[in-house]
Design a protein around this ligand. Structure first.
Ligand code: MN
Length: 206
């Protein structure tokens, strides 16, 4: 995720049918190969005429888009966010995920009461996100875990929050499998969270 221009599509870290029956093969093909690829392409197109920003990392572009020229500020906000959010989303899923362990489990218990309380809380936040967006598990400035949401392709990075897990609630993430039933998608997404990957993110961000 610390790449620079020109950005490239990160391959899906598991087979396209790995998350069946929770998330279908066709959904993953469209979501990764079409939607994410489009964000990568549009980000590169926006940055191409501006070599001054070709060394900026994806995180820096997401955090500091307001300091870019106004001609590309919005494009970068949408498309760098689109790349960052999708890479995190795809990286944090796997087949047959096990519940969190170790230091992260302790922190989840401390901050949310229990793992099941955490699950209820992030599903509620994601359900209540009006329209397109994401729910995130983040580390705040006090190194405490909390849940936040963003609209569209915004990330929590400009707020100084460090995301370690997210769930995409754009309709393209679930419509083929669940039609309009976002809550059913969220119940299933919980089953494919790759907590070993989330723990790596957590330890890296501490
Ligand atoms: Mn998406």
């Amino acid at each position: 995720m610390n790449q620079h221009y020109p950005f490239q599509l990160t391959p899906l870290p598991y087979p396209y049918d790995a998350l069946v029956p929770h998330i279908g093969t066709e959904t993953l093909h469209l979501h990764h190969d079409k939607h994410l690829q489009t964000y990568v392409n549009k980000l590169n197109e926006a940055l191409q005429p501006y070599p001054a920003y070709h060394r900026w990392s994806l995180r820096r572009l997401c955090s500091k888009y307001t300091s870019l020229p106004s001609s590309i500020c919005t494009e970068v906000r949408h498309n760098a966010g689109g790349v960052f959010n999708h890479e995190l989303y795809f990286a944090c899923m796997c087949r047959g995920g096990k519940p969190p362990q170790g230091k992260l489990e302790t922190q989840i218990d401390r901050c949310f009461g229990s793992y099941s309380r955490f699950c209820e809380k992030i599903k509620l936040a994601a359900s209540n996100q009006f329209g397109s967006g994401y729910a995130f598990l983040v580390l705040n400035q006090y190194n405490k875990l909390s849940i936040v949401t963003t609209a569209n392709q915004d990330t929590p990075l400009p707020r100084g929050l460090r995301p370690i897990l997210n769930v995409d609630v754009w309709e393209h993430a679930y419509y083929l499998d669940y039609h309009n039933l976002r809550a059913d998608y969220l119940d299933n997404w919980i089953n494919v969270i790759d907590w070993s990957e989330v723990e790596k993110n957590y330890l890296r961000e501490l």
